[in-house]
Design a binder for this molecule. Structure first.
Ligand code: CDP
Length: 217
């Protein structure tokens, strides 16, 4: 049986995943799930309760209690929220608690666009279209720096570059569902690309995958 048309978009922080996913969602009229937001919500909500990010049990409880309505919060977009997210994301019990919600979404018959770190490998290994979006750490830091500054955060470029490097190491080095390119994912390096070129390249990759998926049964 042909799987639903899931577009899995994985890659490191500030690589362009979010922009590309939004464009693909609009282009193919597919619902989207930003899975980073789930980890951001767990990290920030745990911290608000005065909890310890290294306490796997407490973090997993927050993850289990998470409601869809909790996700709409500007506080999840900050620099600190990204750091909190990657710290709670190392706990296997947190990942397990968020698995069902993500897999139910991935099985929607009409298809979807899902962005994260482990979508093509763990959440939707069956996805007919997989992208691994990356860019040089300096380029990503520059993008994230501008984005956070634009939102009024008082950050410096060297601090953001350090955040990006630390997060890459933590996300790629964890034992459970590390950030890695799935063997059947297409690599898209956006270091030298404008947003327009990157979304264009992503659409072409997905178009090829869609043509293969359409003739499959
Ligand atoms: O926007 P940015 O790329 O900075 O981060 P994000 O996609 O919102 O993800 C924040 C953090 O959540 C990542 O650094 C990962 O540690 C974690 N995450 C994960 O472990 N698995 C996912 N599928 C998505 C995010």
């Amino acid at each position: 049986m042909r799987p639903p048309f899931v577009i899995a978009v994985d890659g490191p922080a500030a690589s362009g995943k979010g922009t590309i996913s939004t464009d693909l969602g609009a282009h193919y009229d597919l619902p989207m799930l930003d899975t980073g937001l789930l980890y951001r919500a767990v990290g920030v909500m745990l911290k608000r309760q005065g909890g310890d990010l290294d306490d796997a049990g407490a973090a997993a409880k927050v993850a289990r209690d998470l409601q869809a309505g909790d996700l709409d919060d500007e506080a999840f977009r900050t620099r600190e929220a990204g750091e909190c997210a990657s710290r709670v994301a190392v706990h296997p019990s947190v990942r397990a608690a968020l698995l069902d919600l993500q897999q139910v979404f991935a099985r929607r018959p009409g298809g979807s666009v899902i962005d994260g770190r482990d979508i093509g490998t763990v959440i939707a290994p069956f996805a007919p279209a997989k992208l691994y979006v990356t860019a040089d750490a300096e380029v990503r830091a520059e993008r994230r720096f501008r984005q956070l500054r634009g939102r009024g955060e008082d950050v410096t470029f060297p601090d953001i570059l350090e955040d990006i490097r630390r997060r890459d190491a933590r996300d790629g080095g964890r034992s459970d569902a590390p950030m890695v390119q799935a063997p059947d994912a297409v690599l898209l390096d956006t270091s030298q690309m404008t947003i327009e070129r990157a979304t264009d390249a992503a659409r072409r990759i997905v178009e090829a995958a869609r043509a293969r998926w359409e003739i499959s049964r």
